[in-house]
Design a protein around this ligand. Structure first.
Ligand code: PHE
Length: 359
């Protein structure tokens, strides 16, 4: 049976707001997608990435912002989902004045939404970029601490993934994490820190990155190195996608040699139905929007909730229980974890019934 994707999370219903504008300073297309504010202000990162065509950036913004709605709902945050994508042609480098220009364009685009959306870091942006965006709008998370923000979110995302992996091992193997072999595919800001956490926890590691410089980290951690082209086929207990999305497809799923897949990459599935392929193969796939919530949980707890770093870190490790709940619900209902997580997100994003008028 195909996974029932609720219309409010697969983009079948109109988004609340989608704006595309050529930034007047940078000349680059700035795409802002506000998927939903039903639970509160939309949040989601600002991605600056290369796309063959700007339309591919729009597609990314639409999928990523819907995933943020699900991420916030399952994490229990009073927020909806949004995303900014700046689509950059393959041959354009964004540094110095050009980078400031595009970040100010992004800031103005966010300011124009009057608080419906707040941004944070994502692929291609970091805390210093948030400081630049904040010169145009207050709706920005994760500035460096000395600039009044909660700083880089990637370590917190990695900590959340580690918590999620504990839940995955408990569900799939009824054994602790240290007894297993993991393949971390992608050693960027989140993947690199996650590989360190896994190594420190005593797990056996295989790592991979498109940048051969990652071999240094492999050596340092005593991890085996696998070529990116072969990474998905690594014989491991758990595959951990930590690079860009779209890696799980009807072509790649039959090649997998793992018992579970869970990682921080956003939008790992090419289409929602791929969750069913994984489920039928007996591979436990933990939905990415549940696993990768550590960054938003930490940033909102510190910057909006006034929590200390220690309290926020404890909330991040709560992802273990959240995911365990999703996995139990899936097992009980005989569905994929995706179906269980989306059902939870849908319950939590159902528009409140219109007020009954007594006049
Ligand atoms: N990149 C983050 C995510 O995908 C976005 C984010 C982080 C937004 C921190 C706000 C605060 O979840």
């Amino acid at each position: 049976m195909p996974t029932p994707v609720p219309p409010d999370l697969d983009g079948a219903e109109p988004y609340e707001d989608i704006r595309i504008r050529i930034g007047p300073r940078s000349g680059l297309p700035v795409i802002v997608a506000v998927h939903s504010t039903v639970r509160g202000r939309a949040i989601g990162g600002c991605r600056i990435a290369h796309y063959p065509r700007w339309q591919d950036g729009l597609t990314d913004a639409l999928r990523l912002s819907a995933a943020m709605t699900a991420k916030c709902a399952v994490a229990g945050l009073p927020h909806g989902g949004g995303k900014v994508v700046v689509a950059v042609a393959e041959d354009t480098a964004l540094t110095g004045a050009r980078r400031r220009a595009v970040l100010h364009d992004v800031g103005d685009a966010i300011a124009a939404l009057d608080g419906a959306y707040a941004t944070g870091p994502d692929v291609g942006t970091g805390p210093d970029d948030m400081t630049t965006i904040a010169e145009r709008t207050p709706y920005v998370f994760c500035r460096p601490p000395e600039r009044g923000g909660s700083g880089d979110s990637s370590g917190h995302t990695a900590a959340g993934v580690l918590a999620a992996l504990r839940a995955v091992c408990a569900e799939r193997f009824a054994a602790p994490l240290a007894a297993h072999r993991f393949a971390v595919v992608g050693l960027g800001r989140v993947g690199g820190q996650l590989a360190r956490l896994l190594a420190a926890a005593g797990a056996e590691l295989v790592v991979s990155d498109i940048d051969p410089a990652g071999r240094r980290l492999a050596g340092e951690l005593g991890a085996a190195w696998v070529d990116p082209a072969d990474a998905l086929r690594a014989p491991v207990d758990v595959l951990v996608p930590a690079a860009l999305g779209g890696v799980l497809t009807p072509v790649t799923v039959p090649l997998l040699r793992c018992a579970a897949v869970a990682g921080p990459a956003n939008n790992q599935l090419d289409a929602p139905a791929t969750a069913d392929l994984l489920h039928r193969r007996g591979i436990l796939w933990a939905p990415d929007f549940v696993v990768s919530a550590g960054g938003v949980i930490h940033a909102t707890a510190v910057e909006l909730g006034g929590r200390t770093g220690e309290e926020a870190a404890r909330l991040v490790t709560g992802i273990e229980d959240t995911l365990a709940g999703v996995l139990t619900a899936a097992r009980t209902a005989g569905t994929s974890p995706m179906a269980a997580a989306l059902a939870l997100a849908r319950r939590r994003t159902a528009p409140r019934p219109a007020e009954v008028s007594h006049s």
